[in-house]
Design a protein around this ligand. Structure first.
Ligand code: BTX
Length: 327
């Protein structure tokens, strides 16, 4: 209920202190008995709340379950996340968000699942999304732009996620064009942006973000063990997924605002500052199977990768998988 979410928000905001029942009931405009009832309900949901006579309530521990209330408490955004759809299990949050967007869901709608049974990557690939281990989320935005600009949002999202991970965990990670985020060469984030358009106009962009947060190495299938990692594996501790989600929504919102006010230029600079492949020799395997070898010179104003081959020709790479060359 709304009141319960509000109480939880207050408890989170004052988690170093006791908050009196009176203060809570004044702030929310309900009786102290109602406050007490909601506290009991929160305890039943797994929250641990100390209650001390004459001092009030204090949050001791929260369950590691992504609920709307948990994410909302501490969310500092204006629009992103104003609607949060949290599910235990979905085939894919991306598919769910696509449906919601078609039905007119507002900008800022976020879909989250504890587990995805058919999480999707690019080009029909799979995204491994085990229960409770990561952040599997899809965000709907509705920028007033032309469809050829939509790929810029993949780069915007990647830059925002790097900033948010740094802020929430202290870890410095890197971007591999166009959409992988790596820590020491291993992938722990995947980003998938999809677009709904009418003629050349974007109606919605669905930004899918998958992050291995508390995944253990044994949780990965064999084919991923050498190429994937998680924040827990790297940092040796468990992270609060809700805090990372809050940081990501906040960073996307602020870069999105900058993008709408000032264009792609600043986002591009930020992205380039996090990119590992620029200035290096790479192989780009295009979707048609062709492989081009050359120097990754940079990205252009549309987010397209510019690759200079040994003959000096510049290739524009719209979609490919890249691999760093050892030379
Ligand atoms: P991608 O096509 O760039 O990467 C997919 C490839 O990454 C797979 O073929 C596999 O090799 C590897 N991979 C699969 N799962 C993982 C994992 N958990 N960690 C590291 N590597 C992995 C990247 O596609 C885009 C992924 C977006 C996922 C989000 S989750 C929320 C939303 N819903 C949904 O179905 N997809 C998006």
């Amino acid at each position: 209920s709304k009141t319960k979410n509000h109480i939880l928000k207050l408890l989170f905001e004052n988690r170093n202190d006791y908050l009196s029942g009176q203060k809570i009931s004044d702030e929310i405009g309900c009786s102290r008995t109602a406050v007490w009832k909601h506290i009991k309900e929160l305890e039943n949901e797994g929250y641990s709340i100390a209650s001390v006579h004459k001092r009030g309530y204090k949050l001791i521990d929260a369950p590691d379950q992504l609920s709307e209330a948990r994410i909302r408490a501490g969310l500092e955004t204006e629009r992103l996340g104003h609607r949060l759809v949290c599910k235990d299990e979905l085939p894919s949050t991306q598919k769910e968000a696509q449906h919601l967007a078609e039905d007119g869901a507002e900008e800022g709608t976020v879909v989250l699942a504890e587990e995805q049974t058919s999480g999707r990557g690019r080009l029909g690939r799979q995204w491994h999304s085990p229960k409770g281990a990561g952040i599997w989320m899809s965000l709907i935005i509705r920028p007033d732009i032309q469809i050829n600009k939509a790929p810029q949002f993949t780069l915007l999202t990647a830059a925002a996620v790097v900033k948010a991970v740094k802020r929430a965990t202290g870890l410095d990670c890197e971007i591999k064009w166009p959409n992988d985020i790596l820590y020491k060469g291993k992938k722990f984030v995947g980003i998938l942006t999809e677009c709904q358009a009418e003629a050349a106009d974007v109606k919605a962009i669905i930004i899918g973000i998958g992050i291995n947060v508390n995944t253990d190495i044994e949780d990965f299938p064999d084919e991923l063990k050498d190429i994937a990692t998680s924040l827990r594996i790297e940092a040796g501790k468990t992270f609060d997924r809700a805090e990372i989600i809050q940081a990501i929504l906040k960073e996307i919102e602020s870069l999105y605002k900058m993008y709408m006010d000032e264009g792609f230029h600043f986002i591009k600079l930020l992205w380039e500052s996090y990119a590992i492949s620029l200035g290096k020799k790479i192989y780009a395997r295009k979707t048609n199977g062709d492989v081009i070898y050359g120097l990754a010179q940079g990205i252009d104003d549309e987010g397209v990768l510019l690759l200079r081959d040994d003959d000096g020709h510049i290739h524009k790479i719209y979609s490919a998988d890249i691999e760093l060359s050892s030379q």
